[in-house]
Design a binder for this molecule. Sequence first.
Ligand code: PHE
Length: 346
Amino acid sequence: MQDKIDSIKQQLLELTATHDSPRSVLRSPLLRSLYAEIPKLPAEQKGQFGQMINQLKLDIEAAVVTREAQLARVELRPIDVTAPMDINSARPEPLAASKGSVHPLMREISILSDIFNRMGYVVEESREIDDQFHMFESLNFPKGHPARDDYDTFMTEERDGDGEPLIAPAHTSTMQYRVLRKYLDNLDKGEPIAAIVPDRVFRNEDLDARHEHTFYQVEGVYVGEGVNVGNLIATLQEFLQEYYGKKLEVRLNPFYFPFTEPSFEFSLSCPFCEKKGCSVCSQEGWIELLGCGMIHPNVLQMAGVDPGKYTGFAFGCGVDRLVMMKYAIEDVRHFHSAKLDFLRQF
Ligand code: PHE
């Protein structure tokens, strides 16, 4: 009898160790067949046999618990938090990492950074929270300057040490002061300061196909001896030609920014219709792409650059718009929509 129980126990343990729903082993016909033996036994053996089967059942139960824990561990696969969620599927699930891809904006930012790198520019990062000094004062917007209102700036309710709210940067120009200071030594060595800052900016905008509250800009700063507007135009033209892979006409209109003088609004001939007018350029033939100008002497001075000796230019270009034009994307909101149909095209 003991041998029979041992052999069944062995079989059941082996079964449990590999079963997908181990608890069902407790209802196995093998186990039930043992219980069915009890009534057939002589009265004096029933108690002992019953105890042996109960012990066997306890052993199987312990094996079931072990197996269940093992199965649970397998299901707790590490989650790739960077994988996009498929919100279009019936049951949202993270996609396997192998199916993910770099976000189109990130990919384009590395392409444009590479172009500027090859032109000798270093790449710097901005930040997602900044202060009034970098957003306004360092850029020649004194307190109460009306142009502060041109930037629909998100501000915190908390105040900093000066009693001022903190801000979510509304443009990458907040980095001009930092870049100038960081590379100030270049000028003493007879080298220019040349940096770009591609990063996120935030504006309290009404949203539509061309406006998002969160978008990307790339700031460019170039300072050296004898730098002029011609250098600015040539640089932007060279960059855009490389980025779009074709020669495009550019147009400058006078504009106003407190931190550049003169300031310009820079437009590009529409790469889709060659200035004939189409839906991408709203029938204009031209697309406004960025603001730029010669860095204001006050901005240079504040950052410790001698404006009597050095001049420089700066530009701030909307990356989303640049990318929309490259691929004829009709709505800026697609970028942050998490629509996989959109993302998978890149
Ligand atoms: N920061 C400006 C904007 O976002 C653009 C700009 C950058 C203009 C640099 C001049 C120089 O509107």
